[in-house]
Design a protein around this ligand. Sequence first.
Ligand SMILES: Nc1ncnc2c1ncn2[C@@H]1O[C@H](COP(=O)(O)OP(=O)(O)OP(=O)(O)O)[C@@H](O)[C@H]1O
Ligand SMILES: [Zn+2]
Length: 624
Amino acid sequence: MARESNIVKIVGKENFQRLRSLKCLIVGAGGIGSELLKDCILMGFGEIHIVDLDTIDLSNLNRQFLFRHRDIKQPKSTTAVKAVQHFNNSKLVPYQGNIMDTVQFPLSWFDQFDIIFNGLDNLAARRYVNKIAQFISKPLLESGTSGFDGYIQPIIPGETECFDCTKKETPKTFPVCTIRSTPSQPVHCIVWAKNFLFNQLFNEETSSADETSTDWGTENKEEIDRIRQETNELHELRQIILSKGEERIKDILTKLFVKDIEKLLRIDNLWKTRTKPTLLDQSLIDDASQAVTNETQSLSSMWDIKEQIIQFFAITKKLMQRVHNGETNIEFDKDDEDTLLFVATAANIRSHIFNIPMKTVFDIKQIAGNIIPAIATTNAIIAGLSTLTALRVLNLLPYEPTKRSTDLNMAFTAKASNLSKDRYITNPRLAPPNPSCPVGGKVCRGVIKITQKGLNEIRLSKLVKLIRQKYQYPEEISVIDASNQRLLADFDFDDLIERSLSQVNLHDGSVILFSDEEGTAEAIYRKSLELYIEVIDGSLKDEIQLPDVEVPTVAVPVQNTAHTDHVEEKQGKSVNNENVIELDFDEKSETGAVKRPAPEEAPENALKRARKDKEYVDGLIELD
Ligand SMILES: Nc1ncnc2c1ncn2[C@@H]1O[C@H](COP(=O)(O)OP(=O)(O)OP(=O)(O)O)[C@@H](O)[C@H]1O
Ligand SMILES: [Zn+2]
């Protein structure tokens, strides 16, 4: 086949046969994932498995080229696979599910793959796959894009830096619930006004593209139902816009800033740790509806709430007239002052009721203009670089064999726009693992194999004893359920020690962290050990098998700063750090150290636990 002859030219006949026998996993079937699927098929991988938890949304169609309008609400993974069947020569296996679901995707399932590609859009899932790749020692091609910027990072466990070796930037997109129910910053209200409200009222074509994220950010069913219902009700507001009912602009304000907020206030759970919003004063709405405005206010001065509402009336009227003059779909454009004023006043009224500082129209113009769109071309470039790099990672190129894994290039694109003068792709080298990385550097890692019987019968005390014997830990060690940062045992907390592993909630997919609490007089500690629990079906001697890993001693605590310097140097002068790694990270998991007390934890243990967590986060230096 002509297509195959091209890849054969690149890798040679023998390597092509190897490629045909390899299995790859693509995590995410969105913007990058769709591209990866096409590229992996064109390369000729023997088997390609693709996972996505989501269904197709109207807003995906502009760039996720495997999907059509008729596919809306269908699962992404199966639809993507159907769309490529006609040119496919590989075995394709789609899954709809959350990659972090250890029941659907246990460690043994990951182990079947020769390489993993990430096409994800959130920090939690990226971190999870990174950790899994470290546990099973499989190469991972991590990637991400943001507007015209993007990056790929090949991760070879133990040899190159991992995803968590460098600190990640704060989020630029937000979970749905933050935007729709619990805003806490001006930008949340601006995203709501621009991406959601404005589109619902003035642009039918993009009206379901209401968020920059499909991540609900909550499991609260009541809240999700409310958001869905609210979306349906907004279609009625669109009718007001279409109906020439200028006198009904009051109803729009009342619905958005009084009735919807009343409903929100009824969901008690939302307000346990947050300040409640206050309803917009109905008399302010009534007064503003009577006010006459022809004055132009300075866009760089701060308007009070009264002025915001008056301007909201005026600008909504103006936009309604534009709709009636034939512009049925108006697009937000920061340079179209009408659309800007609508978004600014709506955002500010929402900020006002959520006790968030309001912003000048001028400031809002900067913020709204910067909300970064996803660009199909960047996704295509990044997925292409990712699959090409995979050839090198898998040693499939007959020439220039890679001497060390860190000689692999990590690619960044920046300003890939055809309007920009400085288009470039840079390729900084990879760094070795960061010794103070919480994932790769500071802990040793392995998999405990255990039977269900073992899980039900073996007590925590027995496990601790086995661990101490096998890895030469001292008497005092602490045991933490690392999946949720729960303390299970340490030198003065033994409430759970005589319970079985299943009684302390350990199960297939749990990760436990053992740390030396004692050390020597010279402050030499045994390195921490993180073990993944894999429950197996067959039989095992003593029902449990600990992994054969070396757990060396380390000196503590020395802050390690070398790595940061190294990263800066690696990225080169021409690449602005801020431009490079910008992804929609989930704020909650940014530190990776969520600390939840054990259900039966005494207050004094919470203190100790906090101390321990801190040690885990601080640096440990390995002694050779
Ligand atoms: N934990 C997860 N398990 C499986 N798939 C995931 C997980 N987290 C995210 N994804 C998928 O990764 C894909 C990321 O693709 P992309 O960045 O294009 O986002 P999108 O949700 O399709 O688009 P947008 O966020 O711009 O609306 C999405 O299809 C999303 O469903
Ligand atoms: Zn790391």
